[in-house]
Write a protein that binds this ligand. Structure first.
Ligand code: PLP
Ligand code: COI
Length: 354
């Protein structure tokens, strides 16, 4: 850490905490009392502030609205039984934040400022961290261009903000997923590895169509031939194939997930063979047919470990075993939760204590 960030704090005179129903927290709908804001202008980050959560006044000509110079991160903070508050692996998100910034021709944010901004706003709103099982405070850092200019060129001014949402699990059921072989999320040379807002805008139509067909999620495949599996919705995808933990290797079309890395690190430590490589659709379907697809799940901050119940390809549906009986995903979910909620030792130094 360098020096402490000089943050101007304006607290809300009217906390909404007492009137918030913590027994009903659909993802991303409830916001905490405060948010972090900073501005980039004249080549530097400035005006670090924590202010009451609320609307922001902006020019309708900002290029983030017109050309998508905008990206985000997703992280979670947890409250342990003794009241300790920790954020899970935010250093990884700080690094990815800057990869996204570079891809979109936007300014990077020093890792130190990123970490201090999260810690400061989470600290102020620590009473907003839900304590029920599988609940957390979702942290949404994001950056967007603010020049009021309609030319297609990088903005010279930007805003960086952090919002907080108390959340429960993103998915409440075992997922029925479809292998998408028409639409694509990202292509080689594109922005798939960045958390750029446009990637998510483009995913909505295929996701909506899949929902209309009765599916919960899509498995994205490569843009060239739809031959290889890439990701699942807004999560990475991990399979256990005949005892081996197998996941698509990261590349410029795939987001390098923090949860993915956590799962693979634990798997290696537990002695599972781990393969990060190209995974073909045919291989997954053949394994499902032959009873060799032991496990399949989405891995992400919002999704946590989201078990797949069935995989469909071209109208044919292949069913997997009951998720409760699956050795690997059950173990990995239990261990990740134990680390995050502080009920086991954090031997990897993954918890950033606030
Ligand atoms: N892939 C995509 C497209 C995502 O949006 C996410 C969610 O952040 C992930 C993968 C999982 O990444 P992480 O585990 O870092 O949340
Ligand atoms: C996350 O897991 O943090 C994500 O970004 C998913 C989100 C788009 C809901």
């Amino acid at each position: 850490m360098t020096e402490t960030l000089d943050i101007k704090i304006t607290k809300t005179p009217h906390s909404r905490l007492a009137e918030t129903d913590f027994s009903n927290l659909p993802f991303g709908k409830t916001f905490s009392d405060h948010m972090f804001v900073a501005d980039y202008a004249d080549g530097e980050w400035k005006n670090f502030q924590i202010v009451p959560y609320g609307d922001v006044s902006l020019s309708p000509a900002i290029s983030s609205l017109h050309y998508g110079q905008s990206f985000f991160e997703g992280i979670k903070a947890y409250k342990h039984a003794d009241g300790t508050v920790s954020i899970f692996r935010p250093d990884k998100n700080a690094q990815r934040f800057n990869k996204s910034a570079e891809r979109l021709c936007m300014p990077t944010l020093p890792e130190d400022i990123f970490l201090q901004s999260l810690a400061a706003v989470v600290d102020i709103d620590r009473d907003w961290i839900p304590t029920q099982p599988d609940h957390a405070l979702y942290i949404r850092p994001f950056m967007f261009a603010t020049d009021p200019f309609l030319g297609v060129a990088p903005s010279t001014t930007y805003k960086y903000m952090v919002l907080l949402c108390p959340v429960g699990p993103y998915f409440s059921k075992t997922l029925r997923v479809k292998i998408e072989n028409h639409y694509t999320r990202s292509a080689e040379g594109g922005m798939g590895y960045a958390k750029s807002s446009g990637n998510y805008g483009g995913s909505m139509l295929p996701a909506k169509k899949a929902t209309e067909e009765g599916f919960d999620q899509l498995i994205w495949t490569d843009a060239k031939n739809h031959e290889f599996v890439e990701e699942m919705g807004a999560a990475n995808v991990v399979f256990v194939l005949d005892g081996k933990v197998v996941t698509p290797s990261t590349r410029d079309t795939i987001l390098d997930g923090v949860t993915r890395d956590t799962v693979l690190t634990l798997a290696r430590e537990w002695g599972y063979p781990v393969e990060e490589r190209r995974v073909s659709v045919t291989e997954i379907i053949e394994a499902a047919k032959n009873g060799k697809l032991d496990d399949a799940f989405g891995a992400g901050t919002a999704a946590t470990i989201a078990p797949v119940g069935s995989i469909s390809l071209n109208g044919e549906e292949y069913f997997l075993s009951d998720p409760k009986t699956r050795e690997f995903s059950q173990r990995v979910l239990k261990e990740m939760n134990a680390i995050k909620y502080g009920t086991t030792a954090d031997s990897h130094g993954w918890n950033f204590i606030v």
